[in-house]
Unconditional design. Structure first.
Length: 416
């Protein structure tokens, strides 16, 4: 059963709670390696990427227990520095273990990480930055080895903003000798959550939430209990589902303060939005034109992870529009599948031009990456007839149970 069957054409109504953030949980779990003792991480989502991260931690000697959304990680027994290739190969985020393991063990051997095929996302910038901190790296065809007698601080002037490189440098620098400066640093809320976790554990980090992070290495961190924030991309997914299918929904715990660019675009497309202390109320269907198009950018700009979902919303809006992708070069893999459903989309370079006057009809389509898979499910909700989205395993990487959450919002779908 690696598919979702959707019975489309039904508007949404109801409420669902937004899960903990995937992109915050993974680096925070990696950061537990820096702490000798037991950390408790609350509100971790029950998704396959978290499962693979926990498996990697266990392979290194950590003791991991889970009680619903609470995960305890005891790193007292960490001894290994090799990780199982199957978990490394399916999860791009395994690269962030590199900085943490170098700080903890001084040596790492690992396969090149995998994940969704949404672009090249080379790890050369990770390796170059770590070399500036005293790391010796030997690269092979399928794996590489990294060694460091003692990490030292360095000025890291990065050629472009990278969430992954910023995370890796934070993890490497927090226990390094001296001061590390990262500029330009990624500003995503998930970066801020990682910094807040480390500060709570005794780390010294200045400039959190800005383009310039200054990290003064400390000798030791102490165990803490930390709550992962809600997932802004999951909240944006279900917001877009209402935009596409119509109706009104309440998204409990939606992190609205982290979603300003998304809320702005959704409002411009025609959604009625009301922000409450405990979540977000969404009403209506996309029916307006985005006069200036939609351009993906690093935070606080419009997130690339929601680009394919808003492509569906524009296709259903009745108005023509365009999207420019500036973060990943291969984010338009969803286009041929949407065309199968009747969409009229033309891709020219890093722009997609969408005609919004073509109704969608359900058929069999295939997810090829995480967010594109979720977007195909959302498209099927708004299309007529019965559709099937194959390769559900991609979607499971980031959504606890997309069928259950959407059923709570009134959708008619099931595993197939």
């Amino acid at each position: 059963m690696d598919a979702v069957r959707i019975y489309g054409g039904k508007s949404l109504s109801g409420q669902t709670r937004i899960q903990g953030s995937k992109n915050a949980s993974l680096p925070i779990l990696a950061a537990t390696l820096l702490i000798d003792g037991t950390c408790e991480i609350e509100n971790c989502p029950d998704i396959s990427d978290v499962y693979h991260m926990l498996r990697l931690l266990e392979s290194l000697g950590c003791q991991v227990t889970r009680e619903k959304s609470l995960i305890r990680v005891d790193t007292g027994g960490v001894a290994a520095c090799d990780m199982p290739a199957d978990s490394v190969g399916v999860m791009r985020s395994s690269i962030m273990l590199l900085g943490a393991l170098l700080a903890r063990m001084g040596t790492v051997s690992m396969e090149y990480p995998g994940g969704c095929v949404i672009g090249k996302r080379p790890i050369d910038q990770h390796l170059c930055a770590l070399r500036r901190m005293g790391v010796e790296i030997i690269e092979g065809r399928e794996e590489f080895q990294a060694k460091a007698g003692k990490l030292h601080g360095a000025v890291q002037e990065l050629p472009f903003v990278s969430v992954g490189v910023t995370e890796n440098l934070i993890l490497a620098a927090v226990l390094a000798e001296g001061e590390t400066v990262i500029c330009p640093a990624a500003r995503e809320p998930e970066i801020q959550a990682l910094c807040e976790f480390l500060i709570k554990a005794g780390g010294r980090i200045q400039g959190v939430g800005t383009k310039r992070l200054v990290i003064e290495g400390v000798k030791k961190l102490h165990p803490v209990r930390f709550r992962v924030p809600a997932d802004r991309i999951v909240a944006g997914t279900y917001l877009t589902a209402c935009l596409c299918a119509g109706g009104n929904v309440f998204l409990e715990d939606a992190p609205c303060e982290q979603m300003q660019s998304v809320l702005s675009c959704a409002g411009a497309l025609g959604a009625g939005l009301m922000v409450w202390p405990d979540g977000l109320f969404v009403e209506g269907r996309a029916c307006n034109r985005l006069a200036d198009g939609l351009v993906t950018k690093v935070y606080p700009g419009f997130p690339t992870d929601l680009q394919s979902l808003f492509m569906v919303a524009i296709a259903l809006s009745g108005q023509d529009g365009w999207i420019e992708e500036t973060v990943f070069e291969n984010r338009f893999r969803i286009v041929p599948e949407l065309v199968k459903m009747g969409a009229d989309i033309r891709v020219e370079g890093n722009r997609a031009y969408i005609r919004g006057d073509r109704p969608l009809h359900n058929t069999i389509v295939e997810a090829q990456e995480l967010r594109g898979g979720a977007a195909l499910v959302v498209a099927a909700l708004a299309a007529e007839g019965t559709g099937i989205v194959r390769n559900r395993h991609y979607i499971d990487r980031g959504y606890e149970d997309i069928t259950l959450s959407l059923r709570e919002l009134g959708a008619d779908l099931e595993l197939a």
